[in-house]
Design a protein around this ligand. Structure first.
Ligand SMILES: [Zn+2]
Length: 274
């Protein structure tokens, strides 16, 4: 693919086949080996419990497109509401910024979406990006989040699409806990063990608002910009039609290499060269 910082290695096609529908038992076992059984995000063909617990969205309501719309999609204990949209000139070009409010069982927050070009219909380039203040605001080099965000924004600026930005710092544990996890990593733990040491699951993020946001924008299916098969599986479990996955390839360096390796070895991310 001719794009900035994005390419599709064969291994990603392989993993996408795994997530093309319900996993076979052998495939689920292969992926689940990365996780303690109770925390695995992957389900096998005979494991219907996870999908039955997935929040369900109420899709009967026709969503108004007016910017004063206050329609909310209920998913059990959660609701997402469109608030407003504005133009946003940036150093990467002109975007439209759409703002939402989300109330959910895990957290309430204000998702925003950076939109460029035509972002409706089938096969829209979408990145679902989780906030990382330490890199995006403070310039930390401990992770690759800012580089991935920048690459995704450049990509949609060139090809059209949307970056859905969710306030889920530190894989959902919050900023202060993330600092505590970093302190444990300074003492030798990796990112997964540090979160567990603090009493958290490997991943505390949730994506219930994403199907509503996509529906509100008129996006019917996505090409998801991610290296994370967990995110593909999570969104599909919520009903998002993920046609394809486009890895976001950013360079590693000495400050983030250990973290990137943990992503691959402990969390199943697909990153070439690691
Ligand atoms: Zn980060």
């Amino acid at each position: 693919m001719a794009s900035v910082g994005l390419q599709v290695p064969q291994q990603h096609h392989d993993i996408l086949r795994l997530f093309g529908g319900v996993l076979s038992g052998a495939e689920a076992v292969k992926l689940s080996s990365l996780f303690p059984k109770s925390e695995s995000p992957y389900t096998s063909a005979d494991d219907s419990e996870a999908s039955s617990q997935a929040p369900r969205l109420t899709r009967k309501r026709k969503l108004p497109l007016a910017q004063s719309a206050t329609a909310a999609a209920a998913c059990g204990a959660c609701a997402t509401t469109f608030v407003s949209a504005c133009s946003l000139p940036t150093d990467k070009g002109a975007f439209t910024l759409r703002a939402y409010r989300h109330i959910g069982p895990k957290r309430s927050h204000e998702p925003v979406v950076m939109v460029a070009g035509e972002a409706k219909g089938e096969g829209v380039f979408v990145r679902v990006h989780d906030q990382c203040q330490t890199s995006e605001v403070l310039g930390s080099r401990r992770c690759d989040c800012k580089e991935q965000l920048d690459a995704a924004l450049r990509h949609i600026q060139e090809h059209g699409g949307a970056v859905i930005y969710l306030q889920q710092e530190g894989r959902g544990i919050g900023l202060a806990n993330k600092v505590a996890a970093y302190a444990l990593q300074d003492g030798g733990l990796d990112t997964v063990d540090a979160n567990r040491h603090l009493g958290f699951a490997d991943d505390e993020r949730s994506y219930e608002c994403v199907p509503y946001i996509l529906e509100d924008m008129g996006v019917k299916s996505v090409r998801l910009m991610t290296n994370n098969p967990f995110k593909v599986a999570s969104l599909r479990a919520l009903g998002v039609r993920v046609l394809d996955s486009v890895p976001v390839v950013v360079p590693t360096h000495e400050d983030n290499e250990r973290y990137m390796r943990s992503k691959v070895e402990r969390m199943g991310h697909l990153i070439d060269g690691l």
